[in-house]
Every structure is written in C-alpha cells, then in structure tokens.
Design a protein around this ligand. Structure first.
Ligand code: BES
Ligand code: ZN
Length: 593
C-alpha cells in the first residue's frame, strides 16, 4: 500500500483510471448532479480499487459486462471524505457507477434565477481545485492520476452547458424541456481540472481559437475587456512553446465566484470583478492562460508542491504582461504581489511551516492554508534562478522543462533534479533548499524596484506624515499606480485624510474592485462612515475571497463596523460560496467583543 498523496485514498499499487465517461443530469430543483460515470481502467484488472468520494450517494456499481461490483463506503473523514472501496471481478476493464452528488457538494454553486443578472434562468458552476472533484464524481482525486473524459450533460433547454473540454455538439435531451450537450476532452488532465457550468450564456469570438461566454447582460463588457487575449496567447507561445489545448475560451461567472480565475483547460472560469472597463485587471487572464503550460501541462503531483503550479504561473503571468504592456510597470506588479506576500506571511507567521514552498499537508485541508505564499514566494524563487543564469537561458530552460514533463505531474524534488541535470550547480547557487524547505523568505530574495515605485512609496509615506501629493503628480497615476499608493498607506487614517483621499481620487464610487477594496479596507478600519453603504453593496454582491478576507477583517477594528459586518454577513451569507463563508467566518472569529 502506497498512498503518495495526503489528500487522496489513491493507492499506487491499484489499477488506474484512464478515461471517464459522464452522463449527467443537472437537477436545479434538487441542486445535484444525478447520473453516472463509466471509469475505463488502464488495463484489465481485478481486486481492490479505492476511489475518493465526498457526500456522494452511490446507487449501483457494475462492470462492463453488467456484473454487480461489491462496494463499501468508508466513514467520512472531514478533509478526505469517504473512501469508496470496490472489489473488481477478474478482467474488469471498465466500471459504471450510478450516483448523485449532494446539495452540499463543495465543488458546486447553484443560483436561483433571481441571483443572476438576467433573473430569468438558473445558473450553476463547479470549482474542483484543490480536492473537490470527489464531491461531483467518485474518482482517484489526485493530480498523480491523469484522465481523459467524455461527457453528456443534460440541462433545462434554455441553458447552455460548458466544460473544460472540447464541445462536441448538442441535441434535445431525453426528457422534454431539456437539452444535452456533448463534450470530449482528449488530453489527459488531473481531476481538479474537471469543470462544468450551465446558465443563460452567450458568447463573443476574439479569434478562431478564443471566445468569451457570459450572461447576455455582461457579454459585451467582457468582449471589450478581454480583447487582447489572442495577443496574450501569442506572447505566451513565444515564451513557452505552442499552445497545446486547441481552444482558449473564457467564462464569466456570477460575482459570488470565490476566486479571481480558475485555469480549467479550454475554458478559464473568471470573476466578473475583473471587468473594470479599461482592461486594467487582465493580469488574471495572463495568469490563467499561463497555467496552460505551468499547471495544466506540468502539474503539481500533490498540493504539497502547489508552488510548482502557482509560483511558475505568477512568474509567467508577469513575463507576459511585461512583453505586452512594457517593462516600465513591472516593478509595480511585483510590488502589488509583495503586499499580498507580506499579508500572508503576517497571517500565518514567518515561522509557520506553511511558509515553506514544499509543504507537509498530512491532516491539513488545502483550503485552510491557501495563501499568496506559493504564488509570490514561488515566483521570487523562479526569479532567483532566472537572475542567476540570465533571462535568455532561463526561457530556454523553461521550454525544456515544459517539454520534458508535459502531461505529467511532478514533485518539487523532481524539479530540482531536472534543474541540476540541465544547469548543474544552480540549485546550490540560489540556495534552493532554503526556498523549498525553510520558513519565511531567504536572504537572497530578489528585489524589484524602479524610480516610479520608489516615488509612489515615498508619496504614501509622506501622506502618512501629513503631506499631500501634488495634483500634477496624481495626474500621471493610472489605476495600477493608485493601487500601489493606497497599498502603502497606513491601515488607519484620520477623518481629514480620508476625506482628502475620497475627494481627490473619487474612490467610493469606483467600479475597479481592486481600488475599491483597497480603499474600503482602509476606510472601514478607520470607522469612516461615508463608505458603509458602499461596503454593504459590494459585500452583498461580491464573494471573491481575496476581497472578503481583508474587508471583513478591517471591520473588526471598531464596535460600529463589527456590528455592520455581522449585519452584512447575515444578509450576504446565502449568496456566498461555502469556501467564502469559511473565510468570512474565520475573519470574524478574530473580532474581540
Ligand atoms: N488555480 C488558482 C485558483 C485556485 C487555487 C483555486 C487553489 C482553488 C485552489 C488560479 O489560477 C489562481 O491562482 N487565481 C488567482 C488569480 C491571480 C493570482 C491572478 C485568484 O483567484 O486570485
Ligand atoms: Zn493560479
């Protein structure tokens, strides 16, 4: 018995799944997926097969020949869920499980029509990373096992279904008033990249291989915002080699989506909070697109090596933006990342084991330790290597790395071995061991600076000392620069300073959620009443965890804002994803009464 992934019952001595065939009925009334999965095995097998499940109701298990397969569902573990142990008869090549997901399945969020923009049709989507695929399908839910899939997804007939797969047509469903959408995913993916969504969707094409899907009310805005996507794909291809996934489509989700984006192959899922109207928040697109190489082609073997996905992708995202938008703003992008790194380090403590890049997550729920550390510390480690060997050689190395490990899932140690093989001595020279196995930041962490960044930081420091930036200085600030300035201000300010900021930057009415959230965090922590209604409106609409944590935390500073937070949360809770609820509740736990 060898269980190599602490978050899965997968046992390396057992048969492995190769291809999954889904037949799903999306039941909006009961908020569940009802149907079957046929699991094709890599070779004819017999005996014990353990699958991951969480909250799933098993109806039957049969072999390709129709023979009943004895099964047993283990007692549920709070993190892993229940092990489904099957006893396969001799010569099993495929088994079909009829099942239904639970209305509490963490991977799914359901919206009644009144919770959508159009208010006429329901909406649902999945979010499987890190370990929630098992709440919608019994499977070997570890990135160590890659699967291809085919799917027939039946939804109410006015809706469109999309998946992280190639569309393969649609037809009337068996039941009247339904439609069945077909999908084929010929490339092997880790189960966390399985994704489905259904709603009243419309699309706009950007190029022969890229389009965006959104509710009709939002689709034009999205079509403008993501207009650079084809250039982004081309820029990324120059860096990392050909785009291997055929199409790059995007889906704009309701604002309750707990993340900024999710790199579901062929169909990136996105928060509508990136629709600023001026393309200023497309770093999220660059990021999710970059995962097409780092993450989706070369995948972390387990969540203990998550930095391999996010660190490389964060580095890649900034390479793409530098190439496309110029290097002048590069230091500003890294400074924004540094702020979230500092916040995460402070939240866990710089001595916390989760500040290591290579983590030990036995008994730890990945959702509980999600932070910017694998992203920003990871990207800085990548930069340390890049700076040591030089940009050009590093890009060559990246192409070799991706070529060597494409469609596989690897550990931090395998990465270091490859680095040593290709560029002997580099790991020691950059002190890779400290980056991977030690807490906090190593002394050789790269520094990113520019005169412009220095000036913005200085302006923020001067502001704290009572000096106001001059109008001609402010005039040159776009939203990215304003964000850097705001991020360097003290977290609490007096009334006069807050009035000045709001008056001069017109912050409270902003539609750019990065600016708005940064402003509201300061204003709420300062008990600044003029923003209370705006904060309420934002928090009733947006469920993105990146914004919820700082805003609900900021409201902990004063009795009045604590009361406001409780009032808002009581109303907003029903519309939040279960992951978002956990984040808010943990932020509110720190309120001292
Ligand atoms: N893969 C992540 C999102 C994720 C990670 C979901 C772990 C569940 C578990 C995605 O690529 C991501 O990093 N999104 C960021 C985008 C940002 C860094 C540009 C986000 O959601 O904020
Ligand atoms: Zn990512």
């Amino acid at each position: 018995m060898a269980q190599l992934d602490p978050h899965s019952y997968f046992d390396t001595t057992q048969p492995v799944s190769r291809h999954l065939y889904f037949k799903w009925f999306v039941d909006f009334d009961r908020r569940r997926i009802d149907g079957s999965v046929a699991i094709e095995l890599a070779e004819p097998s017999a005996g014990c097969l353990d699958l991951d499940t969480k909250g799933i109701e098993i109806h039957s298990v049969r072999t390709q020949a129709g023979a009943a397969v004895p099964w047993q569902l283990g007692s549920p573990d709070a993190i892993l869920g229940s092990r489904l142990r099957l006893d396969l008869p001799e010569g099993t090549t495929s088994l079909t499980i009829h099942y239904a997901s639970s209305p509490e399945a963490v991977a799914l969020q359901w919206f009644a029509p009144e919770m959508t923009l159009g208010k006429r049709h329901p909406f649902m989507y999945s979010q499987c990373q890190a370990i929630h695929a098992r709440t919608i399908v019994p499977c070997q839910d570890t990135p160590r096992v890659r699967i291809r899939y085919s799917a027939a997804v039946t939804v109410p007939e006015k809706l469109t279904a999309v998946m992280s797969a190639g569309p393969a047509g649609d037809r009337p469903g068996e039941k009247p008033g339904t439609r069945t959408f077909l999908f084929e995913m010929p490339q092997a993916i880790p189960p966390y990249l399985l994704a489905v969504a259904a709603g009243d969707l419309e699309s706009r094409d950007f190029s022969p291989r890229a389009r965006v899907w959104a509710e009709p009310e939002m689709v034009e805005k999205a079509a403008y915002e993501f207009g650079e996507v084809e250039q982004m794909i081309e820029t990324a291809e120059e860096l990392f080699g050909p785009y291997e996934w055929d199409r790059y489509d995007m889906l704009v989700l309701p604002p309750a989506f707990p993340f900024g984006g999710m790199e579901n192959p062929r169909m990136t899922f996105l928060t509508p909070t990136v629709l600023a109207g001026d393309r200023s928040l497309v770093d999220v697109i660059a990021h999710e697109l970059a995962h097409s190489w780092t993450g989706n082609l070369v995948t972390n073997a387990t969540m203990e090596h998550f930095w391999l996905n996010e660190g490389f992708t964060t580095w890649a995202e900034r390479q793409i933006l530098d190439a496309l938008h110029g290097e002048a703003a590069s230091a500003l992008r890294w400074a924004i990342g540094q702020k979230s790194l500092d916040e995460s380090m402070a939240r866990f403590g710089i001595d916390s084991p989760v500040t290591k890049l290579r983590t030990d997550l036995r008994g730890v729920d990945p959702d509980d330790v999600f932070s910017s550390i694998p992203y920003e510390k990871g990207a800085r480690f990548v930069t340390a290597i890049e700076r040591h060997i030089g940009h050009k050689r590093f890009v060559e190395f990246m192409r070799k790395y991706i070529g060597a490990f494409r469609f596989t899932s690897i550990t931090s140690e395998e990465f270091i071995d490859f680095l040593e093989q290709e560029l002997p001595g580099t790991a020691a020279a950059v002190n890779a061991n400290a980056w991977l196995y030690e807490t906090g930041m190593p002394p050789n962490a790269p520094v990113f600076r520019s005169d412009e960044l220095d000036a913005l930081v200085a302006a923020a420091a001067a502001f704290a000392g009572g000096l106001r930036p001059a109008p001609q200085q402010i005039a040159g600030w776009d939203s990215g620069r304003l964000l850097v300035f705001l991020q360097h201000l003290p977290r609490q300010l007096n009334r006069e300073s807050l009035d000045w900021l709001d008056g001069n930057f017109n912050l409270t009415p902003r539609g750019n959620f990065e600016i708005l959230a940064e402003w509201l965090a300061i204003a709420l922590a300062s008990d600044y009443e003029p923003v209370f209604e705006r904060a309420r409106r934002m928090l009733l609409e947006v469920g993105r965890m990146k914004f919820l944590r700082p805003l609900y935390s900021a409201m902990g500073s004063h009795p009045r804002t604590r009361a406001l937070a409780k009032e808002i949360y009581a109303e907003a809770k029903a519309g939040y994803h279960s992951l978002s609820r956990r984040v808010v509740e943990s932020a509110m736990e720190t309120y001292d009464e």
